[in-house]
Design a protein around this ligand. Structure first.
Ligand code: OGA
Ligand code: NI
Length: 340
């Protein structure tokens, strides 16, 4: 990663390889890790799992997790809600446009977001929500940015309850993953707990229409980017289209594997670990001829949590590469850059 990281080059850190086809490689290139031992109390098995997570975070920046403990009905139900939502008439969805929210929550239509700032807008529409906070919340009363209510559709009974239940489950899963990452970094298992008391997490429902015909790499479902938060838990449907760029600069397909989530790290985690963990570039091209839905959950630390080089990720030969930053400063900076 370049020295610019942390100032301007937050997005794509190297140019992607040319061509739209992802190279097919065995799944073993992105490991599937069973999370069961992390929830158990066998310290040896737990450490082994943590080490596998740590290795994947260092080498690949992507992991599939199996045995993650999230009920399949909860996942399927959330996808069903996403389909219902995106099937609403455009003018209904536009009433919830993200620009109506002081807290970057709500709907954005096709071509509005540019994940690769050098390309055209993305061929996806989305709906963003964060922790639901009412007017009595102390941070809302204090006027803290990014804290507040979500925007909800009027005529979708059950939608709000379903996605908030999924949000809560994702938050727990992210905290479990952070326990594994902490162990892999030779930190106390609960090291991240004090930094994630009221985490700035985003749930995003996404819909990618099919992209037929010849494809210009500059206009695809989701342009090449690295995520900007700490870690992302991605649920993808059975359609496929996610690609990640390996260290050789090749685009590798990350197809859906039933019963798993895709985990990847973002820029904030690379920063926290002094770039030991990788924020790997990825993109989406939906050439399936079918509608694709995905549900990423972006997890960041608390607004006031100070993110500074972890004690176990620095030394005399490895000084911190980045200045400390708070969770809020980082996320707000990225959101302001993304949604003008
Ligand atoms: C993202 C992303 C992948 C997908 O939203 O940052 O990489 O499959 N999404 O939708
Ligand atoms: Ni992403």
């Amino acid at each position: 990663m370049s020295a610019e990281y942390g100032t301007v080059a937050y997005g794509l850190k190297q140019r992607p390889a040319a061509g739209i086809a992802g190279k097919r490689v065995p799944f073993s290139s992105v490991p599937v890790i069973d999370l069961g031992p992390l929830r158990g109390d066998d310290p040896v098995a737990k450490r082994r799992t943590a080490q596998a997570i740590g290795r994947a975070c260092e080498d690949i920046g992507f992991i599939y997790i199996a045995n993650h403990g999230i009920p399949s009905a909860l996942i399927a139900g959330t996808f069903a809600e996403a389909r219902r939502f995106f099937a609403l008439p455009l003018d209904e969805k536009m009433k919830l446009h993200i620009k109506n929210s002081a807290n970057y929550r709500g709907y954005f239509p096709l071509k509005e977001e540019k994940t690769d700032v050098t390309a055209e807008g993305d061929l996806k529409e989305g709906f963003d929500l964060m922790r639901e906070l009412g007017p009595d919340d102390p941070d809302v009363r204090a006027g803290k940015p990014l804290h507040g209510p979500n925007q909800w559709p009027q005529d979708l009974p059950g939608f709000r309850e379903a996605v908030l239940a999924y949000y809560a489950a994702m938050e727990d899963l992210a905290k479990l993953l952070l326990r594994g990452m902490a162990l892999s970094l030779d930190l106390d298992e609960h090291w991240f707990a004090a930094k994630t008391l009221k985490p700035l997490a985003y749930l995003r429902l996404l819909h990618y229409p099919p992209q037929p015909g010849a494809i210009d790499e500059r206009e695809i479902g989701c342009g090449a980017h690295s995520d900007y938060g700490c870690l992302t838990i991605l649920a993808q449907d059975e359609v496929g289209g996610l690609q990640l760029r390996n260290s050789a600069g090749e685009w590798i397909e990350a197809p859906p594997i039933p019963g798993t989530f895709v985990i990847n790290l973002g820029d904030q985690m690379a920063r926290w670990t002094n770039e030991r963990f990788q924020a790997t570039p990825h993109r989406v091209i939906n050439r399936s001829g079918r509608e694709r839905y995905s549900i990423p959950f972006f997890f960041d630390p608390d607004y006031d949590a100070v993110v500074e080089c972890l004690p176990t990720c620095q030394g005399p030969d490895n000084p911190p590469r980045h200045a400390p930053i708070t969770g809020g400063e980082h996320l707000l900076g990225m959101l302001k850059a993304t949604f003008k």
